[in-house]
Design a binder for this molecule. Structure first.
Ligand SMILES: [Zn+2]
Length: 421
């Protein structure tokens, strides 16, 4: 297969041709290649590596009414995402090789994207008893109790020692539960809107703990969904001291703030909560200066019934895997950041940080995961246009830039948009 277009990747940028062979990138070049029958002319379109989302909830097993591995995979390719790390807060939790292999088997049967499971840190994510790191390590890419984190310092420290010993990162949902509670970020708007507040210190203290544990143990700790200025500052300082820590931010934390909760929409209730303006500016700065390594979705679909309630009683979470790519265009425009520097945060960098092998870039031997996107077209986010079972997104009924026309996985077309000739 040969694809012609405006190529945007870490190793090649500009007009050119991608030659695929046996599902892999054979070469990328400026001149038209002679060989090849299958030819895709994406002249005026962007040709980018399949996106990598290191933080998603596909809900299977246990919560199939919210999402399944199949519906999640379909949503992913609609959003140009071809590699996904799924979090362990399923029922049962992903805390044993048997359950994790079941998820991998389902992903393989669906066959649309690559799914990398994470294992829980503690049995049932209850925070008390550590999982068997040794027996789980070869089945997963990281350990996380996402949705929560072990509240015991001792257990978290032990977890980091094991993670270090087995050579896998801990991806941590940094939150001190004693200090959190509430439905939105604490501040002038939580007061004005009369919604219970979550103080930023509930996150930043946990971030500080994680960094000290990384320093002491040498374990790689990846901090999930950073949302406060204080957290970014602590992480920045830790990186200066070459402590093995990395961090992520979601696209919704870069595009919405606590002020947007004026409508008290349960679709904007998320954990960690939407940041203040000041926090958001720090997140953007952290993204630009490299303090924050990657962008993720924290895709958290819920059924209509579960979110059809008031803000205080609704569950936390935003369905986000289909709006990630469009959000990159919005973020690039809003903050005057180059699109390619944002693209790296969802392709090449996550692959590097999590040792995902040759993916997220266009170089010889890399996996043939390719997305063709029309940056000049727009699409409307509706319950119908979203393929995820979860329609709980603050983008609902908004029109977004960037339409995915083709998603190619391992050299095969797995998604074709409506507007492709
Ligand atoms: Zn989380």
């Amino acid at each position: 297969m040969i694809i012609k277009g405006e190529i945007l990747s870490h190793s090649y940028q500009g007009k050119g041709y991608i030659v695929l062979k046996n599902g892999l990138i054979k070469k990328v070049q400026q001149d038209k290649p002679k060989e090849g029958k299958d030819y895709i002319d994406a002249e005026d379109k962007l040709v980018i590596p399949g996106l990598i989302d290191m933080h998603a909830h596909f809900r299977e097993p246990g919560y199939e009414h919210r999402e399944t591995i199949e519906s999640g995979s379909k949503a992913a390719i609609h959003g140009g995402v071809t590699t996904v790390a799924v979090m362990p807060n399923t029922n049962p939790a992903l805390d044993s090789p048997r359950i994790i292999e079941h998820v991998k088997q389902r992903a393989h049967e669906v066959g649309l994207i690559d799914i990398f499971p994470t294992s829980a840190i503690t049995e049932g994510r209850k925070g008390n008893k550590l999982v068997n790191f040794k027996s789980l390590a070869s089945h997963v890419i990281a350990f996380s109790d996402d949705g929560t984190t072990p509240q015991s310092f001792k257990i978290f420290l032990e977890a980091a020692k094991f993670a270090r010993a087995v050579g896998k990162p801990i991806a941590d949902h940094a939150e001190i539960k004693e200090l959190s509670g509430g439905s939105m970020r604490e501040g002038q708007f939580s007061k004005r809107y009369g919604v219970s507040g979550i103080p930023d210190i509930a996150e930043s203290i946990a971030v500080a703990r994680d960094i000290e544990v990384a320093r002491y143990t040498g374990a790689h700790i990846h901090i999930q969904h950073l949302s406060t200025k204080a957290s970014v500052e602590i992480l920045k300082n830790a990186k200066k001291r070459t402590i093995p820590v990395t961090g992520e931010v979601t696209h919704h934390h870069l595009l919405f703030t606590d002020e947007d909760l004026k409508d008290r929409s349960p679709f904007k209730k998320v954990n960690p909560p939407l940041p203040t303006q000041e926090d958001q500016e720090a997140l953007v700065k952290g993204l630009i200066d490299g303090t924050i390594d990657i962008i993720v979705t924290d895709h958290a679909p819920y059924s209509k019934e579960e979110k059809s309630t008031d803000i205080e009683s609704a569950p936390f979470g935003i369905s986000g895997i289909e709006t990630l790519l469009s959000s990159l265009f919005l973020i690039a425009e809003m903050y005057e950041i180059s699109f390619v520097s944002l693209l790296e945060k969802v392709t090449w960098k996550p692959a590097k940080i999590f040792n995902l092998g040759l993916r997220g870039d266009f170089a010889p031997g890399y996996v043939g995961d390719i997305v063709i996107v029309d940056p000049n077209k727009r699409w409307k986010v509706t319950e119908k246009s979203l393929l995820s079972k979860g329609k709980n997104t603050p983008f609902l009924n908004r029109t977004l830039p960037g339409v995915v026309e083709l998603t190619i996985k391992n050299g095969k077309i797995v998604y074709r948009g409506d507007n492709v000739d």
